[in-house]
Every structure is written in C-alpha cells, then in structure tokens.
Design a protein around this ligand. Structure first.
Ligand SMILES: Cc1ncc(COP(=O)(O)O)c(C=O)c1O
Length: 397
C-alpha cells in the first residue's frame, strides 16, 4: 500500500499529539527580536534558529529588503536562465566571489538547492563521490541524483578517507570529496588540514559545505577552510544565506572558471525561479555587515564558549568542541521529548532532533547560539533551565 511506509511517522505524530507536545513545526506567533518570540503560545528565548549573527532582524537588512521590493517587486517569476537574472543577483554573485577571494560564484534559491545541485552535477555515472558519513541531507540527495558511485568515509576521519582513495587508485584522482566545515548537528569541525593533505597525496576534488561555518570561523569570517589555512586547496565552497546571513538562499564559489559553464547544467539552478530580489538585497546588506563588523563574530564566540562551558560543567554529553551548534545527546525518544517540553515550559526553545535527521541513532537537543543573545539569555538557555530539578532527567556525570 502506498501509505504504509508512513505508518511509523503517523504513530510518532500521534504520540506527540497525545502529550500535547509540538516540537516539529512549532508555530512562531510573534517575533519580538532576533532572540525572543512567542512560540506555541509561550514567550521563549530562541536558542535553536541558526541566526548566528542575529541579522534576520537587523533594521538595515529589513530596510534593504523593503527598498528592493519597491524597486524590483516581490518575486522574479522566472529562472535565472530566462527572465530571473536581475542586476541584484549579479551583484551578489560578484560580492560573494570577492568575499571568498575567488572569481566565480553562483547563487541559488536555497542552500539545499546549492549543495544538492552542485553534488548532483559535478559528478556523474562512472565517477565517484566520497562523502563524510555525517553529511547533510542535501549532500546525500545530490549524491543520489548524480548517478555516481557513492562511498562514505568515517565521520571526520582523514585516515579512512585516505584508505578509500588508495583503494580507488587512478579513479581517486577524479573523485569528488565532500565535507562540511562545521557539522550541523553536533557542531564539530572538519579536520581540514589533514583532509587537504590526503587530497594532496591521492588527488581528488575538494568540496566544502560551509553552511554553518561561514560568518563564524576564519579571520574574515569565510569559514572553516579559511580558519585551517587551506582555501587555496579547496575546489568548491558552498554556503547558505539562511544562517549567519539571516535570510534565505544559497551559493557556490570556486576558483575554477569552469563554474561559469557548469551553471548551465545544474537542474536546481535552471528549473526553479530565482531568489526574490528582497532576499538578495537583504543578503547583500548582511554580507556587508558581516565584513565590516568583526565584533559580531567575537560576540558569537564569547556566547558559544559560555554556553558550551556551562553545559560541560553540568556534565552533560555534548559535542567535542565549542561552536555555535551545541548539541546535548539524550538517551531515548521519550527523554528527548520530555526534555524539549520542559525547556519550552522554562522559556527556552531549542531544536529537538531525532533519527534520521541526527547522526547515528542520536536523540539530540540542539542549541544554536547567536551573537544577539545577551549573556543573560545565554545563561538562561543553559544553566537554570537545564539544571532545574525535574527538568533535566539525565544523570549528571
Ligand atoms: C550543512 C547544511 N547544508 C545545507 C543546508 C541547507 O541550507 P538551507 O536551509 O539554507 O536550504 C543546511 C541546512 O540546514 C545545512 O545544515
């Protein structure tokens, strides 16, 4: 039967409904600031939004979007290859390439379309795509669409990557190696110096999805590749507008001029309407702010170090290193749902992540920290709420 395969989801939804818990698709009824809102009828601190620099609610970004709507209308109603390339799109492409210090750039309507489309297009049948086992769904989706042979290597394990490239021999030299800068669920960073060294030894093309590291890591905020000093060895960098830049959309930049030809072969670029000019305009403004206000990055770092140390001092099982994504692992689904709900009642919204969205079989409460959080709200996200008796049923080690 067509619908039987969805039974497990129907049972899960029924379980949540019976408890009157709405973690998935929680409704934001009113936004009060970048870090506070009314969600599911409750005033909460937003600690699960990926709004790393707090720019979703920056008045300069809001004005840029409003002005663009007046000038260009609200949508392009067409593909970039037809009527959907406005001057704004070209300007943003130029600005993103300049930001990453390369010459070529493509913008997409979403970050998902960027990563999926690039992975699906760069390799094809007869070729190999080597991906980190903890890769985001957009990378897996692109890999499947590509028709290439897909090989997974162990998460953040350059030796396993080297082993697999060795086995591929000459084919390894044309392999697309796909990793993320900061991993979206556990907040750990890819060992890019070691990965670049493996590439140097065995060949291959390196693609990094910097969705969670752009605007966060590196002297100029370019991401994990900049922080690791390996940008010149990276072939393609993908990113999104929906995290540090506070908007919606995605991009890919490259030093290879071939990107300009590849653009005409990417289905998720061709067969979809281009980004709304409002989104492009507020993204351009956010990119300017990201570059001119490095203090935002420092504030973000202070905030995530503080949250990480706070949760660590409680003895909670968290990711291996501080980053804007601080995830706490839970023992099972029931505990995860109860903790998520208890945090909501204590006035803190975090993301509840259950398999298959989480790596392995983890149940996670995923915090994401913003530069816009005050030190009071960072503390409120962690210590009192999570340490309160009865709220946090985990055994503290
Ligand atoms: C690693 C990674 N890549 C790509 C995406 C897709 O980005 P967007 O939500 O902007 O479409 C995400 C979104 O969470 C992500 O975590």
């Amino acid at each position: 039967m067509l619908f039987e395969k969805f039974d497990y989801m129907a049972r899960f939804q029924a379980e949540l409904n019976a408890q009157d818990v709405i973690p998935f698709g929680a409704v934001t009824e009113k936004i009060l600031s970048a870090t506070e809102a009314i969600v599911n009828g409750r005033k909460v601190i937003l600690a699960g939004t990926n709004n790393y620099l707090g720019l979703s609610f920056d008045p300069r970004c809001i004005s840029a979007a409003q002005e663009a709507a007046g000038k260009w209308g609200v949508g392009t109603t067409g593909s970039r290859l037809a009527n959907g390339t406005f001057l704004e799109h070209q300007e943003l492409e130029r600005e993103l390439a300049a930001f990453h210090d390369v010459n070529h750039s493509i913008i997409f309507t979403t970050g998902f379309a960027a990563t999926m489309g690039m992975c699906a297009t760069l390799v094809g049948p007869g070729e190999v795509l080597l991906l980190d086992a903890d890769s985001h769904a957009s990378i897996y989706a692109g890999a499947q669409l590509s028709g290439a042979e897909i090989i997974r290597f162990k998460h953040n394990d350059p030796e396993d990557l080297a082993r697999r490239l060795r086995r591929l021999g000459d084919r390894g030299k044309q392999t697309l190696i796909v990793v993320e800068g900061i991993y979206s669920m556990l907040g750990d960073t890819a060992p890019l110096q070691e990965i670049a060294a493996v590439k140097r030894e065995y060949g291959g093309w390196l693609f990094i999805d910097e969705a969670h590291s752009m605007g966060v890591l590196g002297t100029h905020g370019r991401g994990a590749a900049e922080a690791a000093g390996v940008e010149s060895e990276v072939d393609f960098i993908a990113g999104t507008f929906s995290k540090s830049l506070g908007a919606t959309g995605g991009y890919c930049v490259s030093r290879h001029p071939e990107l300009e030809t590849i653009r005409y072969c990417i289905r998720s670029y061709i067969f979809t309407a281009s980004s709304s000019p409002m989104m492009v305009a507020c993204t351009r403004k956010a990119l300017q702010i990201l570059q001119s206000e490095p203090a935002l990055r420092r504030q973000l770092q202070d905030n995530f170090n503080r949250l990480y140390k706070g949760l660590q001092s409680l003895g909670l099982p968290i990711g291996p290193s501080p980053s804007p994504v601080v995830a706490v692992a839970l023992e099972d689904r029931t505990q995860a749902i109860n903790c998520w709900n208890a945090l909501m009642e204590a006035g803190v919204y975090v993301n509840l992540v259950v398999p298959p969205a989480s790596p392995s079989t983890n149940f996670l409460l995923r915090n994401s920290v913003s530069a816009a959080h005050s030190s009071i709200s960072v503390s409120a996200c962690s210590f009192p709420a999570m340490a309160a008796p009865g709220v946090w049923p985990l055994k503290l080690v």
